[in-house]
Write a protein of this length. Structure first.
Length: 260
């Protein structure tokens, strides 16, 4: 009787091991006598015990943190860079057969690619052009992991750590750049002002009445400041007629003297 119970228990366990349930985001890579048979799932999967075995594969997007990497930029600056990559399995058969551990393989490939790509750029590009660098790394990883049935969806550089001496140097560089821009803007303002003054002088030369109007406007502005004493130059246009009268009178006097 006991032997029958033992045999019955073994049979129940034997057949129970034939049933597997895969979730919606899981697939089962089934091997039959060591050879790949097919990919099954999701839902209830029935396997032939001993003859068939199954490896579960998760199809959800995996978020992997890439450890900090020591990178020497093209301008010989040493920095520490870490990143995060988003990838998922799109071909369960390849992910199990073509590579031993696709998680570890993708992580190692991401580290070496991160160092290789960033080492070809200068520090300023690492800090200012992260989107372009992210795209370059993502494309390289996606091409190389395609044979493993892996799709790299996105790569994001999280931190670029710089030592204190380099931070001070960057701050000085930024300050010098701001001073340079300020001087350029000031010089451009002076140039524009001189051009406008030149145009105004040309207008005043062509139209003497405009100079008189400007003179009267200046007097009005000075008088509005409640000054007790106002000193202003007398325009030559006003003096010239009086000079001509005086010169004419002097000539008349000279001619009378000579005739006398």
């Amino acid at each position: 009787m006991e032997i029958v119970l033992i045999i019955l228990s073994v049979v129940i366990v034997f057949f129970a091991s034939a049933f597997r349930v895969l979730r919606e985001y899981e697939r089962g890579v089934v091997f039959q006598l060591g050879r790949f048979w097919k990919v099954k799932g999701p839902g209830l999967i029935i396997l032939v015990p001993v003859i068939q075995t199954m490896v579960r594969v998760d199809l959800r997007t995996i978020v992997m943190d890439v450890p900090s990497q020591d990178v020497i930029s093209r301008d010989n600056v040493s920095v520490k860079v870490n990143a995060v990559i988003y990838f998922r399995v799109v071909n369960p058969e390849r992910a199990i057969i073509q590579v031993e551990d696709f998680d570890a393989a993708t992580s190692q490939l991401a580290q070496t690619t991160l160092r290789s790509v960033l080492g070809q750029h200068e520090l300023d590009e690492m800090l200012a052009s992260r989107d372009k660098l992210n795209d370059d790394i993502q494309k390289i990883l996606d091409e190389q992991t395609e044979a493993w049935g892996i799709k790299v969806a996105n790569v994001e550089i999280k931190h670029v750590d710089i030592n204190e001496s380099m931070i001070r140097a960057i701050a000085k560089q930024a300050e010098a750049e701001r001073e340079r821009r300020a001087k350029i803007i000031h010089a451009e303002g002076e140039l524009q002002a001189s051009q406008h003054l030149l145009e105004a002088s040309q207008v005043l030369v062509k139209e003497p009445q405009a100079l008189q109007l400007r003179y009267l406007q200046t007097l009005t502005e000075i008088a509005g400041e409640k000054n007790s004493t106002i000193v202003f130059p007398l325009p030559m246009e006003i003096i010239v007629p009086f000079q001509k009268i005086l010169q004419k009178h002097a000539k008349e006097q000279e001619s009378k003297t000579e005739s006398a």
